[in-house]
Design a binder for this molecule. Structure first.
Ligand SMILES: Cc1ncc(COP(=O)(O)O)c(C=O)c1O
Length: 384
């Protein structure tokens, strides 16, 4: 099987939300599952577990703890030194976002967040009774940038955390060192805890480099919690494991005050699969990233020629096209319009913050032929 393989019968038979939520006439390009089969070692593990009935309670303390595997990988791939004792396992990254608000803000206090942003950042604030202070990014010279002056001005007495993700969902920006330093400067000046969601670190295109935020320096590390997970890179969304890297003992201690059982328990597949993914599946990434980059280029050309009214900045990472459809002025908004008239399910821009009002996000982690169909449907619906 290659990334190009289209097997609609397989996809329509999956039990997950991506292909089940909408009817069989709809092509789904929303939630961040990929339409590719996972790397062979991962599939072999699941087959072996099923064949041997290996579905009991997991043994987290077993050989090769995931913390160790992640730390070794961080050094190997990013030159990032992490003592494994600084790592704690979470069920998922979104849990970490909720914890960020819950641990460091009182009700009514909140966090500053560059927007648009992966919607669960905003839900995490809303659901915990905290404030999400949205700081809209700006497009300058064909790139999404954080408006650092606006960010500093929006911070008030109740702002306790700075939350961001890098590489960035949904714009696909990979922030450069200077930009990360500007964020660090704001965090230091305003005494903010930094919650850095770096889940897309492995899906970075040619010409761009992922820099772990906490590596900027000891001061910034001491106030940063970083989240990673194998689930986005290796298409393991349902297997539910993430790691939290604590930049100081004080931050870790705060986390340890949360009763462990409230954090939930891991399932028996997640930890072994993350271990295999992080230890043995670099080759898979080597194939995946150029494929996604070529999909990105395909979209760039398609939109320029067939949907020029859509404002779009080619992403530098991840697998989302963030499309501003303001100029199309589509009745009901672009999400509803494309679902009804193109039978394509995209993610709804307003969920990503106020700045996303006229936007949609397209997940292009799909075989080229399916991507082509998705784009043809979108274009056809506005050419009618
Ligand atoms: C930026 C970002 N963070 C977190 C997640 C979800 O991660 P998890 O399933 O570990 O909660 C996603 C999923 O798409 C994401 O895009």
């Amino acid at each position: 099987m290659s990334f190009d393989t289209v097997d609609l019968a397989r996809l329509r038979g999956l039990s997950g939300g991506k292909w089940r939520r909408y009817g069989d006439d709809v092509l789904p390009a929303w939630v961040a599952d990929m339409d590719f089969l996972q790397a062979q070692p991962l599939r072999d593990y699941v087959a072996r577990a099923a064949a041997t009935g290996d579905l009991g309670y997991p043994f987290k303390e077993g050989p090769e703890p995931l913390e160790q595997v992640f730390a070794e990988r961080a050094m190997r791939r990013y030159g990032w030194r992490i003592e494994p004792e600084r790592i704690e396992l979470l069920i998922d990254v979104v849990q970490g976002l909720y914890l960020g608000f819950d641990m460091f803000c009182e009700p009514g206090q909140g966090g500053i967040i560059p927007t648009p942003i992966y919607p669960n950042f905003l839900s995490a604030a809303a659901d915990t009774g905290r404030r999400a202070i949205q700081c809209p990014m700006v497009v300058q010279d064909g790139r999404f940038l954080i408006d650092f002056d606006a960010m500093a001005a929006a911070i008030d007495d109740g702002t306790r955390v700075l939350m961001f993700c890098n590489p960035h969902n949904p714009t696909g920006r990979v922030f450069e060192r200077g930009e990360l330093e500007a964020l660090a400067d704001i965090a230091l000046r305003h005494d903010l805890v930094v919650i850095a969601d770096e889940i897309f670190a492995d899906v970075v295109y040619e010409g761009h480099e992922y820099i772990p935020f906490e590596t900027l320096g000891p001061d910034i590390r001491a106030r940063t919690i970083t989240y990673h997970s194998a689930t986005k890179t290796f298409n393991l969304g349902g297997t539910r494991v993430a790691v939290a890297v604590f930049g100081s003992e004080a931050l870790r201690k705060r986390f340890k005050e949360v009763p462990g059982r409230l954090l939930g328990g891991h399932n028996c597949l997640g930890i072994p699969l993350s271990r295999i993914a992080w230890r043995d599946c670099d080759d898979w990434i080597t194939g995946l990233v150029p494929y996604l980059q070529a999909n990105r280029d395909f979209i760039t050309e398609f939109l320029a020629s067939r949907m020029p009214a859509v404002r779009y900045v080619p992403p530098e990472a991840a697998y989302f096209a963030w499309m501003d459809c303001s100029e199309l002025d589509l009745p009901g908004g672009p999400y509803e319009y494309f679902l009804e008239h193109a039978q394509v399910a995209l993610s709804n821009g307003p969920d990503f913050g106020k700045i996303g009002k006229h936007c949609v996000r397209l997940n292009y982690a799909t075989p080229r032929a399916l991507l082509e169909q998705i784009l043809e449907r979108l274009a056809g619906s506005i050419e009618k």
